[in-house]
Write a protein that binds this ligand. Structure first.
Ligand code: GUN
Length: 296
């Protein structure tokens, strides 16, 4: 079998289009959703993400507020900024870019964000709501994965899903979303025994571990859907001395020969993450005003 390649870039563009249309309708009611992004320090990868988030927010018709703070910002100053953003009526979503410098307790900062404005879905209130099946703001990467799966498959009920990785950002919320879709879900991790055999059970295999090329074709059930959440920078001497490239957690060539559908890296799950951030900002703007949750 040769897998269909899932075009995350096209899916994300289509989602942004739907978001833009809904934002246009809200504008007629005098509502413009706003997203505040906070960046502490000068991590180059974070700077790229933040720029891209701001650009896409404005393109979707929403307001973008960027707060760039020096690397030596104190925890107290960051908490004070979060407090001001919580109270700011123009701000519907707050995203504090991770990682934060060592002097700042990230958990404390994330818990200070008003759960209604928590467009990352990292606040324990939202994590708890997701786990208990209540309406919540859902972390963007797993939400993007779910949208790709629904596009591809429609009803997911009864499918075997294996999620490799148990992070709060991807693995755990992904497993909760797939459980809510009535999949039979396994969370695999570094201590899982015979990981290849566990993965071979999966109709849906999600890799979110941060290990370049770990999942190979012999781990994949023929016809399975493989979603690669990994973003790993590796050296690429074939591109020239000192060059690097981005690869996923999945060995694309060997898995594409077995899977039914597979996401590439880049251009798979990644573009959906930012589109889902915009979706969450729109959702937060509607819910905070007592408007119906947008169906995207
Ligand atoms: N850093 C890398 N990805 C993310 C993300 O999705 N949210 C936040 N807040 N920081 C990140």
């Amino acid at each position: 079998m040769t897998a269909a390649i899932i075009d995350g870039k096209a899916a994300a563009a289509a989602l942004r289009q739907r978001i833009g249309a809904r934002v246009g309708e809200l504008a007629k009611q005098g509502v413009t959703p706003g997203l505040a992004v906070v960046l502490v320090g000068e991590n180059p990868a974070s700077q790229v993400y933040v720029r891209s988030k701001a650009k896409q927010t404005v393109e979707a018709g929403m307001r973008s507020f960027e707060h760039k703070l020096p690397a030596d910002t104190s925890e107290q100053d960051l908490l004070a900024l979060v407090g001001r953003l919580n109270a700011d009526e123009a701000v519907d979503g707050i995203l504090v870019q991770l990682p934060l410098p060592a002097q700042i307790n990230a958990e404390l900062v994330l818990e200070a964000i008003d759960p209604r404005k928590d467009v990352d879905g990292f606040h324990p209130v939202n994590a708890g709501r997701l786990a208990s099946g209540a309406p919540s703001l859902v972390p963007c990467t797993p939400l993007g994965c779910l949208m790709l799966l629904r596009d591809l498959k429609g009803d997911l009920a009864g499918l075997e899903a294996v999620v490799i990785g148990r992070s709060n950002i991807v693995g755990k919320p992904m497993a909760a979303l797939l459980t809510a879709e009535s999949c039979t879900v396994t969370i695999a991790h570094s201590k899982t025994r015979d990981l290849p055999a566990v993965c071979r059970r999966a109709d849906i295999l999600v890799a979110a571990v941060g290990r370049p090329g770990m999942v190979t074709g012999d781990w994949v059930k023929p016809g399975a859907i493989v979603l690669d959440v990994g973003i790993n920078r590796v050296s690429a001497p074939e591109l020239g001395e000192g060059k690097t490239r981005i690869v996923g957690d999945v060995d694309f060539a060997s898995c594409a020969a077995v899977a039914g559908a597979i996401t590439p890296v880049p251009g798979g799950v990644g573009p959906m993450t930012i589109a889902c951030l915009l979706a969450n900002t729109l959702t937060a703007a509607c819910m905070r005003r007592g408007l119906p949750k947008p169906v995207l």
